[in-house]
Design a protein around this ligand. Structure first.
Ligand code: PGA
Length: 251
């Protein structure tokens, strides 16, 4: 059975003391959430060490939001996978649409980042998703299939045990416009089919696929009821512990 996960992507929000308080509140409320639901907080780089101290020994896992595409060396401003491991990160998000759009994250870079992350023992939450133009042109299945293949077809069935996919339609991120449960489900099913074609039905069936994009306590239940939606990658609503936990209670 694949794992259910609710992951909070804090993006570039909160200063360190606020992030520490948010993590403490998430830990405090985490007991309400059924044990089979994995809880993850993806904090900014500056917050990782102090937040790691808060979540250590709890059921809340720590994630980064990105990592370098190089192992180490003269890459000013970058943060390596070994650095993330050294502060007890369990996951890193990769390929978020904001990174693809604003920071030139290419599929080739994402392959390299994923390779380094897995080699360091990090799990990867790989984001895919079409923008509004692509959806309106009816290209959403194609775009998401292509993005999924471009990165994940470079990896093995064994690697897939440590990879989570997050479908995040760009037009739904931070816009208050959620994909309907049916719109999300048909893309999730498509991603699972793409994975099955390369890795076989079992691996596809075992892969956790999250939905992201204006997910909140009021719409999470409908989304999570879909057979191929295994949880959420939560932006805005993850900045309030009550909302984040409310989403995690929506299975
Ligand atoms: P949102 O962001 O929940 O604020 O729409 C989701 C994400 O980008 O991960």
């Amino acid at each position: 059975m694949r794992k259910k996960i609710v992951a909070g992507n804090w993006k570039m929000n909160t200063i360190v003391p606020e992030g520490v308080e948010l993590a403490k509140a998430v830990v405090a409320k985490s007991a309400e959430v059924p044990a089979e639901v994995g809880l993850v907080v993806a904090a900014p780089f500056t917050h990782l060490a102090p937040v790691a101290a808060v979540v250590k020994g709890t059921r809340v896992a720590l994630s980064a939001q990105n990592c370098a595409d190089k192992e180490k060396g003269a890459y000013t401003g970058e943060v390596s996978v070994d650095m993330l491991k050294s502060v007890d990160c369990e996951y890193t998000i990769l390929g978020h649409s904001e990174r693809r759009q604003y920071y030139g994250e290419t599929d080739a870079k994402l392959v390299e980042k994923t390779r380094l992350a897995l080699a360091a023992g990090l799990k990867v939450i790989l984001c895919v998703g079409e923008n509004l133009d692509e959806r309106e042109a009816g290209k959403h299945f194609q775009v998401v299939s292509d993005q999924t293949k471009a990165v994940l077809y470079n990896f093995s069935a064994e690697d897939m045990k440590n990879i989570v996919v997050a479908y995040e339609p760009v037009w739904a991120i931070g816009t208050g416009k959620t994909a309907t449960a049916e719109q999300a489900e048909e893309i999730h099913a498509c991603i699972r089919k793409v994975l099955a074609e390369k890795f076989g039905a079992q691996v596809a069936d075992d892969t956790t696929i999250l939905y992201g994009g204006s997910c909140k306590p009021s719409n999470a239940k409908e989304l999570f009821a879909m057979p191929d939606i295994d949880g959420g990658l939560i932006g805005g609503a993850a900045l309030k512990a009550d909302d984040f936990i409310g989403i995690a209670l929506s299975f």
